[in-house]
Write a protein that binds this ligand. Structure first.
Ligand SMILES: CC/C=C\C/C=C\C/C=C\C/C=C\CCC(=O)SCCNC(=O)CCNC(=O)[C@H](O)C(C)(C)COP(=O)(O)OP(=O)(O)OC[C@H]1O[C@@H](n2cnc3c(N)ncnc32)[C@H](O)[C@@H]1OP(=O)(O)O
Ligand code: FAD
Length: 615
């Protein structure tokens, strides 16, 4: 769409007091990454076949998938070309990868997301060198997915019922789905797209269960794509979002795979059925750990999209004067609106920085694990669980806040805010449900509280538990250091309260698991523990309002610095030029209901009723 940029946005950009490009480079971790990102953006966004004539909301469930799969394979080809050209596209240190652009291309989700994001990365992390040499071929026929969750079990994966039984006479595993609740259910791309998958199943050798292990299984013929004998596979139906991802179900009827299809980097089953244990029980859960880490950055990016849309719209939208004799004001001038939006911008930066830090920590800990040192794994797991849970919950709440901040127009699919919300809120559940993950972190904290309570030595990271017990916390100070101290007090107080409840339940004769369940609200909820006083809260509130006023002239600059192209934002409300009403009218004209001046339903159903008395 050509035409002038909205006057209010022009003024906002003039008001900005910082160098927008400099912030973009900081977000990208360096100017060279910005340049690279823009090159990839240009390259991919110029592929004409990736753009729709009809907005995808008007397509049927089947058409939507077919359209997405067409694009997915164009993108896959580009990915392979970029890899061949040695362009690093999978490093989550920066948004310099094609994943962010995919948001624009699919306006939803790539049906190959799990193939790219989980299938290959799990093989790379958990298959032996020989297996990798065989499976990780650039021209591989395998389109895979990650098949873990079952109809009956998602959170409690030890309860998974699919079995892999070793048959030493044929040197094979027999994959089997013993009952309905054991059907695999949910994996992305499983419904129609994948011809292979990584299956999480209980390993049985000579009648002994060795717990969960991962197996590579072909499920469809590479040539005809028909399900192999003994495989029942299909798609699970429409969802709140993710509708281009053909999430599927899968059942095995004594399906045989070679022994060498178990992922054997960390654990092995030998030809004679000997089981060689892993160095750490939970290395099999490594893909979940990695995905939780990468999700933090992805959610930060979703927040930056929502903030960009809502802030630009709020600069363009005028509604009601503040003083009665004045013209109508930009809704961005209302302090309550600033409160809704600026926190989204800030949260995006927070999770971007934390996501990057976690990504680097993951790299470091993985390198240690390769050297046989598992010491840092529990802390990384506890952090990843908590941060994935909190970032997804915050992101979905803030995206929804941005949508509401756009009033009625935010309810339009063409604003793209409903789609961003549907995408973001799914992350609260998948890859470890919110409460379940918080309880994993609580388990870790309680362990160290027990040490503190018993006056045993604590690692440096938990020294503040001891400070709390000795009442060494300083009075609240309104400064970054003071805020960190405040958070430490909250964590210590919360952990103590939960621990005390746990101990009390145990003293009352409860078994540990039951006592844990009874304390679980305290284990997950924030508590009142703080060194902050009522006066401090009032001071903080007025400081906060001062900061809102300080940010106000820079609001548009701050979201421009996210540097998200219109083709990726896909929003009538958030485009760079701010021509909101023109875009809305243009989008409305695409509605199939506007194709005929009089829809045929009028003659069939309306006219016979409305004209009845007049005939
Ligand atoms: C394309 C790129 C861009 C972006 C991102 C990429 C891709 C993803 C994008 C979208 C994703 C879309 C779909 C998502 C796919 C999925 O959802 S896959 C399925 C995910 N499922 C889950 O996450 C299940 C959640 N449940 C669990 O993880 C476990 O059941 C549990 C951890 C809750 C409990 O496990 P248990 O075996 O029962 O363990 P426990 O008895 O509670 O604890 C035992 C000890 O083990 C430690 N531990 C648990 N997990 C880990 C781990 N991952 N790593 C290290 N350690 C772990 C735990 O701390 C306990 O330790 P103790 O010392 O206290 O005993
Ligand atoms: C969009 C989407 C994509 C997905 N993609 C995949 C995929 O590619 N591959 C795959 O294998 N899976 C996938 N999943 C499945 C996903 O990982 C699971 O849905 C998720 O792990 C939650 O498990 P659940 O559905 O069993 O929830 P449940 O565990 O049944 O949760 C229901 C409620 O019970 C509570 N609860 C459960 N256990 C406890 C406990 N111990 N203590 C306290 N409360 C508890 C939860 O907090 C929640 O409130 C996907 C899911 C979605 C929504």
């Amino acid at each position: 769409m050509g035409g002038r940029v909205n006057e209010d946005l022009i003024k906002e950009r003039r008001k900005c007091t910082f160098d927008i490009k400099e912030l973009t480079h900081i977000i990208d971790c360096g100017e060279e990454n910005t340049i690279k990102r823009k090159q990839i953006d240009n390259y991919i966004l110029n592929i004409k076949e990736l753009w729709d004539d009809v907005p995808e909301e008007y397509l049927s469930h089947k058409e939507r998938y077919e359209n997405a799969i067409k694009k997915a394979f164009i993108v896959l080809k580009v990915l392979r070309q970029l890899h061949t050209g040695n362009i690093q596209i999978t490093d989550h240190r920066t948004p310099t990868n094609v994943y962010s652009i995919q948001d624009g291309i699919f306006r939803n989700v790539n049906p190959l997301l799990i193939h790219i994001g989980l299938f290959w990365s799990t093989i790379a992390a958990q298959a032996s060198t020989e297996q990798q040499a065989e499976w990780l071929q650039p021209d591989s026929s395998m389109i895979g997915t990650y098949v873990q969750t079952e109809l009956g079990h998602g959170s409690f994966i030890r309860g998974i019922e699919t079995t892999a039984t070793y048959d030493s006479t044929t040197d094979e595993f027999i994959l089997h789905t013993p009952r309905l609740s054991a059907y695999k259910w949910w994996p992305g791309g499983l419904g129609n797209t994948a011809n292979a998958c990584l299956v999480m199943a209980q390993l049985y050798i000579n009648g002994t269960c060795h717990g969960l292990h991962i197996f590579l299984a072909q499920i469809r013929d590479f040539d005809t794509h028909k399900p192999l004998p003994g495989i029942k596979v299909g798609e699970i139906g429409p969802k709140m979002g993710f509708n281009t991802a053909d999430n599927g179900f899968l059942g095995f009827d004594n399906h045989r795979i070679p022994r060498t299809n178990m992922l054997m980097k960390n654990v092995q089953v030998l030809r004679d059925g000997t089981y060689v244990k892993p160095k750490h029980d939970k290395l099999t859960y490594g893909s979940m750990l990695l995905t939780r880490v990468t999700l933090i950055s992805d959610l930060a990016y979703q927040l930056s999209k929502a903030a960009t849309i809502a802030v630009r719209y709020s600069a363009v939208r005028r509604q009601s004067p503040i003083k009665s004799n004045e013209p109508e004001r930009q809704i961005l001038d209302f302090v309550s609106q600033q409160h809704k939006l600026f926190i989204t911008i800030a949260s995006s930066h927070v999770y971007r920085v934390v996501g990057l830090w976690m990504w680097n920590s993951h790299k470091r800990v993985t390198a240690d694990i390769h050297e046989g040192n598992m010491g840092q794994l529990p802390e990384l797991h506890a952090l990843a669980c908590c941060l994935k849970a909190i970032s997804s919950r915050d992101a979905s709440a803030l995206v929804e806040q941005c949508r509401l901040a756009c009033g009625g127009h935010g309810y339009m699919m063409a604003s793209n805010l409903p789609q961003i919300y549907a995408y973001t809120t799914a992350a609260v559940t998948y890859e470890g449900e919110y409460t379940v993950l918080l309880l994993q972190t609580a388990r870790y904290l309680v362990k160290f509280w027990r040490l503190a309570a018993e006056h045993k030595p604590l690692p440096q990271n938990f020294a503040y538990f001891e400070d709390y017990i000795k009442k060494n916390f300083e009075q609240w100070r309104n400064s970054p250091e003071g805020i960190i101290e405040g958070f430490k007090a909250i964590v210590a107080g919360k952990t103590k309260a939960a621990y005390d409840t746990l101990q009390c339940n145990l003293r009352n004769g409860r078994e540990f698991e039951e006592a844990w369940n009874m304390a679980s609200v305290q284990l997950t909820n924030a508590s009142e523990y703080s060194t902050i006083s009522r006066n401090d809260i009032e001071a903080l509130q007025s400081r906060y309002e001062e900061l809102l006023a300080l940010i106000r002239p820079n609001a548009v600059g701050l979201v421009d610095a996210f540097d998200i192209r219109d083709e990726v934002l896909c929003s009538t409300l958030g485009a760079y030029d701010g021509r909101v009403y023109e875009r809305m009218m243009e989008e409305a004209s695409k509605s199939p209901l506007n194709e005929d001046v009089v829809n045929e339903s009028f003659h069939k159903y309306i006219r016979p009723v409305t004209m009845k008395n007049k005939l």
